[in-house]
Design a protein around this ligand. Sequence first.
Ligand code: FAD
Length: 394
Amino acid sequence: MDFALSQDHNVLRDTVRDFVQKEVKPLAISIDQEHKIPDELIAKMSEMGLLGCFLPEEYGGAGLDILSYVLVVEEVSKACASSGVLISAHSSLGCAPIYQFGTEEQKKKYLPDMATGRKIGCILLTEPDVGSDVAGMTTMYRREGDEFVITGGKTFITNGACLGTGVVFATHDKSLKHKGISVFIIDLESPGVTVLKNEDKLGIRGSYTTAFALDDVRVPVANRVGEEGKGWTYGKYLLEFERGSGIASAKLREALKTVSDLAESEATGRAIDDPDVTLRMSEIEVDIDTLEMTELRVLSALQTGQNPGAVSSLLKLRVSEIRQAVTRLGVEVIGNDGLYVEPMRPFYRLNEAPGIPEAMLPVVPEYLNGRAYTIFGGSSEIQRDIVAKMVLGL
Ligand SMILES: Cc1cc2nc3c(=O)[nH]c(=O)nc-3n(C[C@H](O)[C@H](O)[C@H](O)COP(=O)(O)OP(=O)(O)OC[C@H]3O[C@@H](n4cnc5c(N)ncnc54)[C@H](O)[C@@H]3O)c2cc1C
């Protein structure tokens, strides 16, 4: 994304880029290998204001606009996909529900700790048997006096292992389907919250993905976010925000540049001489160019406080597909080393191999990272379904 950035946006992007080159990029490989983003790095990103970008200063945030937030996620993601996911899940799924739909009391109580990284945010929507079809939710809540009591299980929760502030979705009556769902703020260190496991994933391996059991977790009545039964309305808005404000054309362009550098390198036997490689590169460039228009539509809506609606699904779908196409080409250009999967850590091998250009290193993990992007925030099939409904006017 490089359209119509103001001078302030350019300064911000350059500042974040410098920070990322110095503090994030050198750690990207170890973050992936050790499945953990160091606490010190989270603290440094907090000090830079990266965890509270769009939150107003009165809640401890940096008071920036949405475009600034998108630039931050983009710059961090270019160097380390897992760190980018930490920021985006924390901001768009953890902080945004409280900021957008919470009471003043909730904002004052929770946002300052989240904006300054003392509490990392997450959203608890998916369950072991409920993903795309949210209406089938089985995590239940009931009211007892001045408290709500929540019981059930949640899985695949990004940032879950940080044990910070969770925004949990639960129903009080399964037969009401979407209309029975409400949203609550919970402290993930509360009694009744148990971490069942942290997933060992293919891709974004430094991003925690956690399964929880919720066993009679008690929250004050004041912790319900928004109106009772409106949970899915809020959930849809948040997912649209997340889909529309994640990585997009700048990261894809950089990935294509890496692939073209590799294809020109002697280390790949000058794959660029193969017409199939140049043809695929040009097709990807056309796709990225077209994507920029969709990105512009979504960002214009977000920047002016409007809901991007189904267009954010269109963006996410295309980003997911182009990201897979460009990283797949990268792996093929690398050749044999690109297929080295022992034990699912191809780039360890590349790292050790003499004469391999540094640019080659992120290609294989990026291939794996891209796969996760087709699932979280709603699978590609679900995005296609949303786009189809937009076309049909449903
Ligand atoms: C890395 C990662 C991070 C995640 N982070 C979070 C998080 O922070 N919080 C959270 O709550 N969840 C999170 N998730 C869960 C994610 O949102 C779900 O995995 C996703 O919504 C799909 O749900 P599911 O896995 O249960 O698949 P299912 O819904 O069971 O679907 C299985 C398959 O069927 C397809 N399918 C389902 N319904 C239809 C349909 N109607 N038409 C066509 N095809 C269909 C799907 O596309 C998919 O291929 C994360 C997932 C991943 C992989």
